[in-house]
Design a protein around this ligand. Sequence first.
Ligand code: ZN
Length: 112
Amino acid sequence: MIAIREANAALNSWRLIDCTLYVTLEPCVMCSGAIINARVDRVVFGARDPKAGGTKSLYEILTDDRLNHQVEIQEGVLADEAGQQLKTFFKATRKRHKRERQEKSRRALNQD
Ligand SMILES: [Zn+2]
């Protein structure tokens, strides 16, 4: 969503014609909708998202011909590297959330 917004601003247009979006993870349903609405031509992604993928895994929004725009998809590019990068990211995120929860409960205990 951020990349689409920044590309809109850079091109000064809501249409991203002739643009390719590169992402590590398969776009979700929300992002797939934004990609369609922005008229992105092509999406390249690394790893599929079996729990929330809106492009191949759960839905195939980008190639649904009932919509007014279809997107060319290339998947599996650097899939192992993308998968590893995502695992590392989510592991660090879980660790940070755990630390924040512990910090919060410690502060709550100190207030009593
Ligand atoms: Zn998304």
